[in-house]
Design a protein around this ligand. Structure first.
Ligand SMILES: C[S@@+](CC[C@H](N)C(=O)[O-])C[C@H]1O[C@@H](n2cnc3c(N)ncnc32)[C@H](O)[C@@H]1O
Length: 241
């Protein structure tokens, strides 16, 4: 069921999850939020519009940052968001910590999870919050076609228990953890299907169109949601006594 036809998230969690993260973290107009791998900027714009907080939004893709900037202008929140076009692994915000760091859409799998969580911890103030969404394996017996389409060879996905262990080891207490509901996947793929109509930019490329067509086909035909899930988590940096 598609519940958000206007979603510009390129991941299955979406707006409600970004809002939940900000509510847990008590985000308000004096707060500073960091959105790592901001993509088209939906989460940054949603938080700036709803909470009037200051957001720093980082993405390695010049095209995504340009799109996100334009969206912020259209939504009248451009004065609240500082867009940074950079590889986040080259940045250091430890001297100017944040209250909440968003890592939505598998960015932890892109930059390696232990390192990503450790870096996030060092960029958070005392008792700061992190929220992330990422693909996980739900069972050990998974059809190869599904593992291949989500590039398990490359990303070596966690399961819920191993992610819980990782959060504990990197100094976080979990306050909320759940799988994204089916509508989250439907909103994501509805957005991707819309983008496959693009005649310029990333989704205009024939190989990209074919890859996403194939992913959507495998996901629904093999009922991939029975084997893989999208884990959403809100966690707080442990405070040392
Ligand atoms: C799957 S998208 C998720 C985008 C957004 N967070 C969302 O949920 O809609 C992952 C994003 O991470 C960005 N990205 C990947 N590696 C990165 C890196 N090393 N530094 C900054 N951004 C990166 C990509 O360009 C892409 O926009």
């Amino acid at each position: 069921m598609v519940t958000d036809l206007n979603s510009n998230y390129t991941s299955p969690a979406g707006k409600e999850f970004s809002f939940a993260s900000a509510r847990f973290a008590g985000i308000n107009p004096s707060s500073k939020v960091l959105d790592l791998g901001c993509g088209y900027g939906d989460a940054s714009c949603n938080l700036a519009a709803e909470f009037r907080c200051k957001v720093t939004a980082v993405d390695i893709s010049t095209e995504n940052i340009a799109y996100a900037r334009q969206m912020a202008v259209e939504r009248n929140v451009s004065h609240l968001i500082n867009f940074v076009n950079a590889d986040l692994t080259t940045l250091d915000y430890s001297e100017t910590p944040f209250e909440l760091i968003l890592m939505e859409g598998g960015i932890l799998s892109f930059i390696t999870r232990r390192k990503g969580l450790s870096v996030a911890s060092s960029w958070l103030g005392r008792g700061g919050w992190v929220s992330f969404s990422d693909l996980i394996l739900l069972t050990e017996q998974i059809p190869d076609e599904i593992l291949n389409i989500f590039e398990h060879d490359r990303f070596d996905y966690e399961n819920e228990q191993s992610y819980r262990n990782l959060l504990d080891e990197t100094g976080f207490d979990i306050h909320f953890m759940s799988l994204v509901p089916p509508s989250g996947w439907d909103n994501y793929y509805a957005h991707m299907a819309r983008r496959l109509e693009d005649s310029s930019g990333f989704f205009a490329d024939k190989q990209i169109k074919m890859a996403f067509h194939k992913e959507i086909d495998v996901f629904y035909r093999l009922e991939a949601y029975r084997y893989i899930g999208y884990l959403f988590c809100i966690a707080r940096k442990k405070t040392k006594l």
